[in-house]
Ligand binder design. Structure first.
Ligand SMILES: Cc1ncccc1N[C@H]1CCCS(=O)(=O)C1
Length: 105
């Protein structure tokens, strides 16, 4: 198998989707509920979109996958206050992701 295959990405994504604080990230942000979102966030990203891209073979490397996760977290910090429910969930999810990602050799 390719030394840097994408199987660990599936595994980490499974764990992110199952995380207690994944709820803000499971689906694309609803721009009707948050009308300013599209103006402030130029490149929306969420876990369902990442799952589809992974399944459709869009990611060629692990780092392509990692970049979309980081985009999702940066969008969250950009739009949400750190002490808001969504902001706190985002920090928690990023800490979890970063620790699992670091475990990959
Ligand atoms: C990740 C994010 N950034 C900015 C605004 C909203 C969200 N997520 C929403 C997803 C649907 C449920 S919710 O509306 O409570 C939170």
């Amino acid at each position: 198998a390719k030394e840097k295959d994408l199987a660990p990405c599936r595994e980490i994504l499974d764990q992110l989707e199952a995380h207690d604080e994944a709820w803000p990230f499971l689906l694309p942000v609803n721009t009707k509920q948050f009308p300013t979102y599209k103006k402030i966030i130029r490149s929306p990203m969420d876990l369902s979109t990442i799952r589809k891209k992974l399944n459709d073979g869009i990611y060629k490397t692990r780092d392509d996958f990692c970049a979309d996760l980081q985009l999702m977290f940066v969008n969250c910090v950009t739009f949400n206050e750190d002490d808001s429910p969504v902001g706190k969930a985002g920090h928690s999810m990023k800490t979890f992701f970063d620790s699992r990602w670091a475990e990959l050799i």
